[in-house]
Design a protein around this ligand. Structure first.
Ligand code: EPZ
Length: 452
């Protein structure tokens, strides 16, 4: 492995900074059909946790297929703050955690990325101590971490929360966690990943029951196994890990982003367009594909990892209840609501995963949608056509839903709050533009120039 330069950031080409995004607006002109093929980037929710997982390894690791987006940049800042070497090489990231200089993640970095909390498991397992500011809530919910904490305590860690920081350390000589049998009250993705990573270097066997089964959990397990971890059952509701003394270097490729792929499939459905996506792992999209079929479209699997969306003349209504994998993914809920807003008939969405993930309803209604809220349920009465309007993105997936709605609306939609979009999608605008969408990003100043 060539020497890895220690960089202060992972050097995204033209890294989009929050303030740039904050001032920017995305203008979407509706009514243009899409066509062609889009390339799907690496999965954000794999890349973030795998980056944290590199802390388990005392040798450099190379992670391929890392998407270019703000959250990745921020996770890089967290690792750099811990004294880890990072180097971006095109779509790969070389992480050298051979020395971890600090075990306290700085608040200013953690506060900008909830997923920073993922470092607690690897730090405890590797160093026997970790001090991580509580990630706090976000737009979609309180996002507590008690399942992570209780699991680490079951593995012998002393964990207490003081002044908004989680203080964790492994008492006793050697400072190694101990294997334990852990039952998760809820199949939390993050808690499953935290505890699975912690268990890879613990003494003895850990069994996680009622574990999350999301593909990103299995991807993390495969990454850890590539480093020599002994993990069985990832992707099912029971994961067994037998601790090993240390892990070794690996070169690992992240799975494609199923939520980006699902978002682009909905772009095809809402514009009645045929388009193909590559690479895609169809079994990561079973619920999404089933719902698109129910609504009238066809998703055809072509070859090893390509899917093609074939539009229906009319889109029919259906009902969706979000839930843990293999249930319908909450990260696709807002996008499907935009599609249901322009289908024939009434649809019902029940959001069971996050308590505040229906804030896009008000913005879609500003575009002429007919959506009523009742607790964690939304009743969507399809309308013939939405009308373009100025709207504000409230969270990551809501911002994608507003882009999709803009593609189908009559006239122009201008979307603010683009830092949400830039956090979680790797150039979604560019991908849509290459499929034929009529959209462009401008800042207030640029707009003034444009209109002058
Ligand atoms: C991961 O978040 C994803 N984020 C989310 O994606 C995704 O929506 C979520 O899993 C569910 O699939 C990343 O992987 C970085 P959870 P996570 O722990 O791990 C409650 C996106 O848009 N809970 O499965 O935080 C929690 O409050 C993002 O890409 C506890 O009560 O999800 C929530 O209601 C958004 N106590 C539910 O479980 C805990 O200790 C699901 O949370 C942990 C979680």
């Amino acid at each position: 492995m060539e020497d890895t330069a220690i960089v202060t950031s992972i050097g995204l080409p033209n890294p989009i900074t929050t303030d740039e995004s904050d001032g920017a607006m995305l203008e979407v002109v509706g009514g243009t059909p899409l066509s062609g093929q889009a390339t799907i980037s690496g999965a954000k929710n794999s890349a973030l946790v795998v980056m944290a997982g590199t802390l388990l390894c005392s040798q450099p690791c190379r992670i391929r297929n890392i998407p270019h987006l703000m959250d990745i940049e921020r996770m890089g800042e967290v690792l750099t703050a811990l004294g880890v070497g990072l180097k971006r090489e095109d779509d790969a990231l070389v992480v050298d955690a051979s020395t971890i200089a600090h075990t306290k993640a700085p608040y200013d970095v953690v506060s900008r990325l909830r997923a920073s909390f993922f470092v607690i498991g690897p730090l405890l397992a590797r160093m026997g101590v970790a001090r991580i500011p509580l990630p706090g809530g976000c737009a979609i919910g309180a996002r507590p971490v008690e399942l992570h904490v209780r699991g680490l305590q079951a593995m012998g860690a002393d964990v207490h929360i003081e002044h908004g920081t989680v203080h964790a350390y492994v008492p006793g000589s050697g400072g190694r966690l101990k294997g334990a049998k852990i039952y998760l009250d809820y199949p939390s993705v993050g808690a499953t990943e935290t505890l699975m990573m912690a268990a890879t270097l613990a003494d003895g066997e850990t069994i996680i029951e009622n574990a999350a089964q999301e593909p990103e959990v299995a991807d993390l397990a495969n990454f850890c196994r590539a480093m020599g971890a002994r993990i069985r059952g990832a992707g099912t509701n029971t994961i067994t890990i037998v601790g090993v003394p240390s892990l070794h270097s690996t070169d690992y490729g992240i799975i494609p982003d199923r939520i980006e792929a699902g978002t682009l499939l909905v772009a095809g459905a809402i514009t009645r367009s045929e388009l193909s996506l590559y690479p895609v792992i169809p079994e990561h999209l079973t619920a999404v594909i089933a719902k698109l079929h129910e609504m009238g479209g066809q998703v055809v699997v072509e070859g090893h990892s390509r899917v093609r969306y074939l539009p229906a003349h009319t889109i029919s209504s259906t009902d969706i209840q979000t839930g843990p994998f293999p249930g319908f993914p909450t990260d696709m809920q807002a996008q499907f609501m935009a599609l249901m807003a322009v289908c024939e008939g009434s649809s019902l969405i029940t959001e069971t995963v996050f308590e505040n993930r229906l804030r896009h309803v008000a913005e879609l209604n500003r575009m002429g949608a007919d959506i009523r809220l009742n607790g964690n349920c939304a009743i969507i009465k399809g309308v013939h056509q939405l009308s373009g309007a100025p709207v504000l993105a409230t969270d990551l997936r809501a911002s994608a839903a507003l882009v999709l709605a803009g593609l189908a609306a009559k006239g122009t939609t201008t979307i603010q709050g683009l830092h949400h979009l830039d956090r979680g999608y790797d150039d979604l605008e560019g991908k849509l533009r290459r499929l034929g969408a009529n959209l462009r990003r401008y800042t207030d100043a640029a707009a003034a120039t444009t209109t002058a």
